[in-house]
Design a protein around this ligand. Structure first.
Ligand SMILES: Cc1cc2nc3c(=O)[nH]c(=O)nc-3n(C[C@H](O)[C@H](O)[C@H](O)COP(=O)(O)OP(=O)(O)OC[C@H]3O[C@@H](n4cnc5c(N)ncnc54)[C@H](O)[C@@H]3O)c2cc1C
Ligand code: FES
Ligand code: FES
Length: 481
């Protein structure tokens, strides 16, 4: 059984199709059609809804309001949460402050995108953050508007978020928090063909009992099989409710992320250790996708254009592979075996991803090249992690996406440049040539093969220019908090 709140009513679901999306539930089961379907692929934001959930901050629970794309969210994701969609915002007499602000700033024309924008604005309004323009852009990064233009929507968001939240949700905050904590205290028991283990042992038993069932975490990748390719899925095992898979542990040697941590939750610890990769994280899809998408799903789907594998390759990450009896470790460089193929055997799952902190990371940079700044898949992703000692290249770890059938490294780069003066033009030109020749990428809708090769060489040029000052430092010890 899955239990959650809709507005202030507790809803229980005992039986649901494994592939029932939250959007189908809202529109077809609840008959609320304010939430729109545009792309059914997580790309347009017309279907954006908010999930409120209790989050412990310094030992005290607070409600966090997060946007998700309901078209690719599965019902198993909403246990213990409050589901808020656009029909709930008004108190019946007045528009909600975010709706009023959009009216006053003329932020809607045809109106198709408007419910989605309203929900993203609502979540930001409740983050109590007095956002700057950039924060607003991030909050709206999953919403497309094709006729109004973004300026009035951004202005409306900036204006309304100046005020502290004052609506029926803030008035009922304590009560909602108490109800959600009590709903979440009992793990879900699954609904028909969606199995929802809450421990490692249950996961192992379910995989054994339902060998045909697919694992699902954030569902931002898997759902496209139902919504775009119209494939049937009979049985799913959700990793969302296994607390052990959502932990982040840090010691002096490494930071370890449970595989089912959404990108939004892992970002603070990752960026604390490696602030240089901030742009890669903020440009990973959109905020609603990052609120769902997990690091484990990004590695396990083995997409050659995923953004985390190149980073994890360059940071020499270690995967923890569990089968319910033993946990084995494997360098991520050994994990990908072919196009969307990995070393994961039947009955195994990725339980955690460990990143060594003592990186030889005098110079680290992650570059994502895509057609749009927000919410776009990489045409090319390149991560360079170069140790420079006394001006000379000591070691190079690298990771690339979009240039081969799997995420990949380029060992030839280290072999050719080790011992060379980093600031030398030889290091620049040799690096560019090696990267141009290293891969045989394909032409596709995102880029031609030729473009990919050139861009890769040029990214080395950019890296070389950006790190000239690092190469002049005699020896640099990198401290991680
Ligand atoms: C609009 C949109 C934009 C996107 N933009 C980006 C982007 O910019 N960069 C990028 O890299 N990706 C992007 N993606 C792809 C996707 O969001 C990511 O790959 C995401 O990290 C997948 O994680 P998930 O938890 O949603 O995986 P799911 O969809 O739940 O699962 C994906 C696959 O991994 C398997 N799996 C999941 N977790 C585990 C585990 N712990 N152990 C073993 N197998 C597991 C599942 O069985 C499934 O086969 C985008 C997707 C969408 C819809
Ligand atoms: S319908 Fe486009 S993101 Fe969901
Ligand atoms: S108002 Fe028409 S798409 Fe935004």
């Amino acid at each position: 059984m899955i239990r959650f709140l809709i507005d202030n009513d507790i809803v229980e679901i005992n039986e649901a199709r494994a592939d029932l999306t939250l959007l189908q539930f809202i529109r077809e089961h609840r008959k609320k059609t304010g939430t729109k379907e545009g792309c059914a692929a997580g790309d347009c934001g017309a279907c954006t809804v908010v999930l409120a959930e209790p989050v412990s901050v310094n030992g005290t629970y607070q409600l966090h309001y997060r946007t998700v794309n309901s078209c690719i969210t599965l019902m198993s994701a909403i246990h213990g949460k409050q589901l808020i969609f656009v029909e709930h915002l008004s108190d019946g007499k007045h528009l909600h402050p975010v709706q009023q602000a959009l009216v006053e700033h003329h932020g809607s024309q045809c109106g198709f995108c408007t419910p989605g924008f309203i929900m993203s604005m609502f979540a930001l309004y409740h983050s109590n953050s007095k956002p700057k323009r950039d924060d607003v852009l991030h909050a709206l990064s999953g919403n497309l508007c094709r006729c109004t233009g973004y300026r009035p929507i951004i202005d409306a968001t900036l204006a309304v978020c100046e005020q502290a939240p004052n609506d029926k949700f803030s008035a009922l905050q304590e009560k909602t928090l108490a109800t959600l904590l009590s709903l979440g205290a009992t793990p879900p028991t699954g609904t028909g063909n969606i199995h929802t283990p809450s421990t490692r042992e249950e996961l192992k038993a379910l995989i054994k009992a339902y060998p045909e069932a697919q694992l699902v975490a954030g569902s931002t990748d898997l759902s496209l099989q139902f919504t775009q390719q119209l494939k049937n899925v009979n049985s799913l095992i959700s990793l969302t409710h296994i607390d052990a898979l959502k932990q982040c542990t840090i010691n002096e040697h490494s930071v370890t992320f449970g595989a089912a941590i959404p990108l939004s939750d892992m970002a603070p610890a990752l960026l604390n250790a490696f602030p240089q990769v901030a742009e890669l994280i903020t440009r990973f899809a959109s905020l609603p996708i990052r609120n769902q998408a997990t690091i484990g799903g990004n590695v396990a789907n083995a997409s050659p254009i995923g953004d985390m594998p190149p980073l994890l390759l360059a940071l020499n990450a270690i995967l923890h592979i569990d089968n319910g009896d033993d946990v084995n470790t494997m360098p991520i460089s050994a994990f990908f075996t072919g196009y969307r193929e990995t070393r994961l055997a039947k009955g195994e799952w990725i339980s955690a991803i460990e990143i060594p902190l003592k990186q030889p990371s005098q110079a680290l940079a992650a570059y994502k090249i895509s057609k749009r700044f927000e919410d776009d898949i990489s045409a090319v992703c390149a991560v360079f992690n170069v140790t420079i000692e006394n001006g000379k290249v000591e070691a190079i770890s690298s990771g690339f996406g979009g240039v081969a059938a799997t995420p990949t490294t380029c060992d030839a780069l280290e072999r050719a440049l080790k011992g060379k003066q980093f600031s030398s033009t030889e290091c620049l030109h040799l690096g560019k040539q090696i990267l141009f020749d290293a891969f045989t990428p394909i032409d596709d809708v995102r880029a031609t093969a030729e473009y990919r090769k050139k861009v890769l060489a040029n990214l080395w040029h950019r890296f070389w220019l950006e790190n000239q000052s690092v190469s002049k430092i005699e020896t640099r010890v990198v401290q991680h908090a």
